[in-house]
Design a binder for this molecule. Sequence first.
Ligand code: ATP
Length: 307
Amino acid sequence: MAKKSKKSAGKKDKDKKKQKDKARKGSSSSTSSFTEALQVTDGFVLADVDPRSTPHFSGDKQAGKDALAAADDELDALQEKLYAESRAGGRKRVLLVVQGMDTSGKGGIMRHVVGAVDPQGLELTAFKVPTAEEKKHPFLWRIRKALPGPGMIGVFDRSHYEDVLVVRVHDLVPPGQWKRRYATINSFEEKLAADGVTVIKVMLHISPQEQKERLAERLDRPDKHWKFNPGDLDERAHWEDYQEAYQVLLERCSTGHAPWFVVPADRKWYARLAVQQLLLEHLRGLDLAWPEADFDVAEQQERLADL
Ligand code: ATP
């Protein structure tokens, strides 16, 4: 009997160890953060990223949705702190740039991630085909006008990177002109960083199969027809050219002061969680502090008590 219980105790220990190993393996691989797991560094190859993968997260869809909901409050609180710092003269602000092929889920990021932040602390801009007025100016003109003020989180739904994406794929300007833009963008973003802007650039990476399914759904469902744009099919025909254009900009414009992050986006729940966590990790890294009161707190408390 004693022998048997000894055996089962040993088995229990083994089971526990197995569980721990399993948890360790599942627990987000070797990376210590979403920032580390998703950042584009030297030698990066876009085609090697599996759009269905879930780097730095081992849970399933429900766990991902729960994690997203659980972090909403922290995101909102950090934004408030960012804003509070600016009221005391701080210059810090955040710029989240979101790029991706059509149907990659940019809208979902705006609704489910950015939507958790107090709208008063947000400046959201969607960049469309430049207007006649915008076309009269250098490509960064409309971008500069949309930059977030101190204490704000600016979000770009598409951005100046369209000027080396759609413009490159369709030769909308002579090649000599768009080729110079990578360097122009890098020096622009370097200045932003020096001026207190934390630039987070996210590419939502979907597979062509997933895009086909999402486009088919838009056609199948009358409540989604409004989202379907026949022009998206014309763009889809240029899939490879776009992937090449993305590869080049990721290589050339992922810098120390403004890195790119490639977020696998075939699973919408993962992409939303990853972008939220990237924002959170960067906000935490800003070491924000509540400004000190510029009045005597005790004195004001006394006055209030008497009123
Ligand atoms: P959704 O994904 O929700 O359909 P969207 O971002 O595709 O929204 P649209 O108005 O359908 O919004 O598309 C915007 C279009 O503007 C895209 O085709 C994009 O390539 C184009 N665009 C954005 N910036 C530029 C630019 N600088 N030059 C040329 N075209 C641009």
